[in-house]
Write a protein that binds this ligand. Structure first.
Ligand SMILES: *Cc1c(COP(=O)(O)O)cnc(C)c1O
Length: 222
């Protein structure tokens, strides 16, 4: 007999029970078939995350239109136009050039596009994001220079390690940075701290996360 915990809907229900109503669960469906997304959707789940523009556009076109699509991949400026009309939140805004490009696409279609600024908190050089200094400079000097971008918070990825202390200290650093930016009150909708994935979301929750991005624990290994 297959227990409910082995199903996609069951996994989502148990994570939601664990995180409570104040934390948003983004079910990361990258590489997974539409049928898997529909199973979650029919159980009432609406927030999904994808990291490739083409895959996201294909899924957007064929799946129900009330799904909230999160783009969690590295943003290429020349591809923003494909997701600008419908994307619910872009998590990986990691350089000013990307803000310029999103603003330009938003202006064309007169849509203010919700974004998170990605901060580099991990030790791996391969990960993307603003440094703390760059971020504070941007917020204080450029402020709201992008009228078609709604900066709604910060996103980060911890180092891939078993050292939970290190992961916690990286997340806590980002939480402090979040509070600093919040206190500057530059962005009226600054409210989202997107940290935590399958391997580290309990630590992220303890560090103030209010949006977790979970793939493997819901859909199985990729
Ligand atoms: C793939 C991915 C996730 C989900 O990772 P899991 O370990 O499968 O939960 C979360 N965030 C980003 C940015 C990703 O690329």
């Amino acid at each position: 007999m297959i227990s409910i915990m082995d199903s996609i809907a069951g996994a989502i229900a148990s994570i939601k029970a664990e995180i409570g109503p104040k934390v948003t669960l983004v079910a990361v469906s990258k590489t997974k078939p539409e049928k898997a997304i529909l199973e979650a959707y029919h159980a009432g789940h609406l927030n999904f995350g994808e990291n490739r523009v083409q895959e996201l556009v294909e899924k957007y076109e064929s799946l129900p239109k009330d799904i909230c699509w999160h783009f969690i991949g590295h943003v290429q400026t020349n591809k923003i136009k494909y997701i600008a009309p419908f994307v619910h939140l872009i998590h990986g805004v990691d350089r000013e050039k990307v803000l310029d490009a999103i603003n330009k696409e938003g202006n064309k279609i007169k849509r203010v596009i919700p974004c998170l600024l990605q901060v580099h908190i991990a030790q791996e050089e391969s990960k993307f994001g603003f440094s703390e200094l760059e971020l504070m400079d941007l917020v204080q000097q450029k402020g709201d220079a992008w009228p078609f971008v709604s900066i709604q918070g910060l996103m980060g990825m911890a180092t891939f390690t078993d050292d939970t202390q290190q992961v916690a200290s990286e997340f806590k650093g980002l939480q402090q940075l979040f509070d600093k930016v919040y206190d500057l009150a530059v962005y009226p909708n600054f409210k989202t701290l997107s940290i935590g994935m399958s391997g580290d979301y309990p630590i992220a929750l303890a560090c103030g996360s209010n949006m977790i991005r979970v793939g493997t624990h819901i859909f199985g290994v990729r």
